[in-house]
Ligand binder design. Structure first.
Ligand code: PBG
Length: 344
């Protein structure tokens, strides 16, 4: 039998390893490409003079306004399209009615004005709309007799959105999960001639344990302890149940009908299926938030020498894009942007 080829069965015509042989070939057939244009950098700002590290989020700081302005300029230089701002509000500014949320001189508004003075429209500014930094009990809504009340909260959220719009915020991002807030905020902005301000709704936002480090960064865990003392121990009466998938489509459909320009799924890594369904069902700008806990898990493992932080960061964000996200909020944004710039 010399010279005779082995039986056909030994020659699979299709060998998927063939296109995995070289780096250039893998790049050529790659189905998903992460670029800096896909990144949004969440940043914490506080009223102190120095950067203060967030213990639960290695390499993340609460920045003073000047530091924040520098970070915004860095985002612009790196080509990161937008930043998302989160103010650390001093305890004495928190109250049951969250009135400081719509004070034009609050930290969020001052920060937005300072950034706009420096970077103009070079980098998009996204501001969270929710009451958790401002309520004495740390909830995203007003608390009356052991209940987070919906419609009264929405009125405050409209005031907060207008105040942020006046400061120069490009995108308001309601993260509170009250019913009807997107339509109410759109109406309020439009009535005041602010048709230019975009709404990014945290449409499918799950009640998740992965927000823990963020609440530490903001100091809202302590407030939530006070909330628990008043009968509301968690955010499950407004944020979505992790068990649900169809419900996320209903949330997105409502927010779009109410005028959302972009929708968000959050957390990202535990909701890749939801990102996929939302993107393919609606075909609208679909963002995903790799939240604080997802970030800190990678950092913690890396700090123990168990995984490679830069590779794990790149992989975790690329798969969010592969699932269907058009852009990803991630605390790794500057590191990823630098790595992507080197890779070209
Ligand atoms: C506040 C808000 C939260 C996050 C973004 N906006 C926390 C929460 O809902 O308790 C979480 C972000 C993160 O964990 O990185 N409404």
């Amino acid at each position: 039998m010399t010279g005779q080829p082995p039986p056909a069965a030994a020659f699979p015509a299709t060998r998927l390893r063939r296109t995995r042989q070289h780096d250039w070939l893998r790049r050529l057939v790659a189905e998903t490409t992460l670029t800096t244009n896909d990144l949004i950098w969440p940043l914490f700002v506080h009223d102190g003079g120095l950067a203060v590290p967030v213990a639960a989020m290695p390499q993340v700081d609460r920045l003073p306004i000047e530091g924040l302005v520098r970070a915004a300029a860095e985002a612009a230089a790196l080509g990161i399209p937008a930043i998302a701002l989160f103010p650390v509000v001093e305890a004495q500014r928190k109250s049951d009615d969250a009135a400081h949320a719509f004070d034009d001189d609050n930290l969020a508004c001052r920060a937005v004005r300072a950034i706009r003075r420096e970077t103009g429209d070079a980098v998009g500014i996204i501001c969270d709309v929710a009451l958790d930094p401002y309520t004495s009990h740390g909830h995203d809504g007003l608390l009356h007799d052991g209940t987070i009340v919906n419609d009264q909260t929405v009125e405050v959220l409209c005031q907060q959105s207008l105040s942020l719009a006046r400061a120069g915020c490009h995108i308001v991002a309601p993260s509170d999960m009250m019913d009807g807030r997107v339509g109410a905020i759109r109406g309020a902005l439009d009535r005041f001639g602010r048709q230019d301000v975009c709404i990014l709704s945290y449409a499918a936002k799950y009640a998740s344990a992965f927000y823990g480090p963020f609440r530490d960064a903001l100091g809202s865990s302590a407030s939530l302890g006070a909330g628990a003392a008043r009968g509301v121990t968690d955010k499950k009466t407004y944020q979505m149940d992790i068990a649900n998938s169809d419900e996320s489509l209903r949330e997105v459909a409502l927010d779009l009908a109410e005028g959302a320009d972009m929708v968000m799924v959050k957390p990202a890594g535990t909701a890749l299926d939801i990102i996929h369904r939302v993107k393919h069902t609606f075909g609208v700008p679909t963002l995903a938030y790799q939240v604080s806990g997802e970030y800190s898990m990678i950092r913690a493992a890396a700090n123990n020498g168990w995984i490679d932080a830069s590779q794990a960061a790149m992989e975790s964000v690329l798969v969010i894009k592969r699932a269907g996200a058009d852009a990803i909020l991630t605390y790794f944004a500057p590191q990823l942007a630098r790595a992507l710039a080197v890779r070209g």
